[in-house]
Design a binder for this molecule. Structure first.
Ligand code: PEP
Ligand code: MN
Length: 337
C-alpha cells in the first residue's frame, strides 16, 4: 500500500501516519522530496483501515500496490540499483560479463579458462563447486576443494568470483571467500536459504526458477532484501515451456519487464537457456540489445571433455570473438563492455 501525501504536507503529518502504522507492526519505506512525501507500507495491509488514514486532510490518495514486492519495486526506488562488487559495478553503463566453466575441475582448467576470459574482457569468473545435478549419479562438484581452486584462479587473474550455494550451512564459508553468491534456478524458492542470505551483505545473483513467473522471481528477491541485503542481481536463464528443441526457452521479454517493475540489475545466461554452444552468440547479442545489464557465459578450454555442460560451453577463442561482436551491440544501446 502506498500513501501519497498532498504537496507541501507538513513533516509532522507524514510522521503521524508513519508512526501509527509502525505501531501496528508495518515497516514504512519513506520517499521524501522537496515538496512531496510518499509512504510505502510494507506488510500485509489488507486489514488496515484505509478510510481512517484518508481522514487526514493531508493525504492525497492511498493506492493498493498490486505487486506484493516492495523493496524490489521500482516505485519505491526509481533509480537503477548499481551493485558494487570489489569495485566492479553491475547495473551501470558497463556490462557485467561473468564467464567460466560450468564446474570447477582442476587447477589447470580453472587458471587456463580464467586467464583466457580475462584477456577477452570478462570482468567476473564463474565456476561451480557445488553442483545441483538432476541425477544423484552425476558429478556433484568438487565442493570446498573446488572453491579453493576458484578463489586461486580469481586471485591470479584479478577477477571477482561467482559461484553457486546450495545450502545454509555453507554460508559462512561463502561469505569469507566468494564475491557474488549465486542462487541457482532450483533454489530460487528455497526461502530459508534466501532468508539467511538476506542477513549477509554479499551480492547475490538470483537466477530465475525453471518455471517461475516474473512476480515469483521478484518475490524471491524480496526475501533476500527484506533481510537487509539489497545487493541482488537477477539472472534470466531460460524457463520451461512446451519447446524441447532448446534446453530452456530464453525469456527475453523478461528483461524489459523486470527493468520496468524493478530497479535491480538483471543479467542473462544464454548458455543454460540454449543448452547448445552455437546458440549462445545470437542469444547473448539479443540479451544486450534488449537491455540486459550483463551476461553469464559458460566457457571451457576443452568442452568435449568437460565434466558438466560441455555442449553449451564456448571455447575461449569463440568467447573472445563473441566479446568483439558484443561491443558493437553494446555501443548501439549506449552500453560498454
Ligand atoms: C549454473 O549456473 O551452473 C546452473 C546450474 O544454472 P541454473 O541454476 O540456471 O540451472
Ligand atoms: Mn552449467
Amino acid at each position: 500500500m502506498i500513501i501519497v501525501m498532498k504537496p507541501g504536507a507538513p513533516v509532522e503529518e507524514c510522521n503521524k501516519i508513519k508512526m501509527g502504522l509502525e505501531k501496528q507492526g508495518f515497516y514504512i519505506n519513506e520517499s521524501r522530496g522537496v515538496n512531496f512525501c510518499i509512504l510505502g507500507v510494507v506488510g500485509d495491509t489488507s486489514m488496515v483501515d484505509k478510510r481512517r488514514i484518508s481522514a487526514n486532510d493531508w493525504v492525497e490518495k492511498i493506492m493498493a500496490v498490486q505487486e506484493p514486492y516492495k523493496r524490489a519495486n521500482r516505485l519505491f526506488h526509481p533509480e537503477n540499483t548499481i551493485v558494487d562488487v570489489c569495485g566492479q559495478k553491475i547495473g551501470g553503463k558497463k556490462l557485467a560479463i561473468i564467464a567460466g566453466p560450468c564446474s570447477i575441475e582442476t587447477t589447470v582448467q580453472m587458471n587456463t579458462v580464467a586467464s583466457a576470459v580475462k584477456a577477452a574482457g570478462a570482468n567476473f569468473l564463474r565456476g561451480g563447486a557445488f553442483k545441483p545435478r538432476t541425477s544423484p549419479y552425476s558429478f556433484q562438484g568438487l565442493k570446498e576443494q573446488g572453491l579453493d581452486m576458484l578463489v586461486e584462479a580469481g586471485e591470479n587473474n584479478r577477477l571477482p568470483i561467482v559461484t553457486e550455494i546450495m545450502s545454509i550451512d555453507k554460508i559462512e564459508k561463502f561469505v569469507e571467500c566468494v564475491d557474488v553468491i549465486q542462487v541457482g534456478a532450483r533454489n530460487m524458492q528455497n526461502f530459508e536459504l534466501l532468508k539467511e542470505l538476506g542477513k549477509t551483505n554479499v551480492p547475490i545473483l538470483l537466477k530465475r526458477g525453471l518455471s517461475a513467473t516474473i512476480e515469483e522471481w521478484l518475490m524471491s528477491a524480496e526475501y533476500i532484501m527484506s533481510g537487509g541485503n539489497d545487493n541482488v542481481i537477477l539472472c534470466e536463464r531460460g524457463i520451461r515451456t512446451f519447446e524441447t528443441y532448446t534446453r530452456n526457452t530464453l525469456d527475453l521479454s523478461a528483461i524489459p519487464a523486470v527493468k520496468r517493475l524493478s530497479h535491480l540489475p538483471v543479467i542473462v545466461d544464454p548458455s543454460h537457456a540454449a543448452g547448445m554452444w552455437w546458440m549462445v552468440e545470437p542469444l547473448a547479442k539479443a540479451a544486450v540489445a534488449v537491455g540486459a545489464d550483463g551476461l553469464m557465459i559458460e566457457v571451457h578450454n576443452d568442452p568435449e571433455n568437460a565434466w558438466c555442460d560441455g555442449g553449451q560451453s564456448l571455447k575461449p577463442e569463440r568467447f573472445a570473438d563473441l566479446m568483439q561482436e558484443l561491443k558493437k551491440i553494446a555501443a548501439i544501446v549506449d552500453r560498454e563492455i
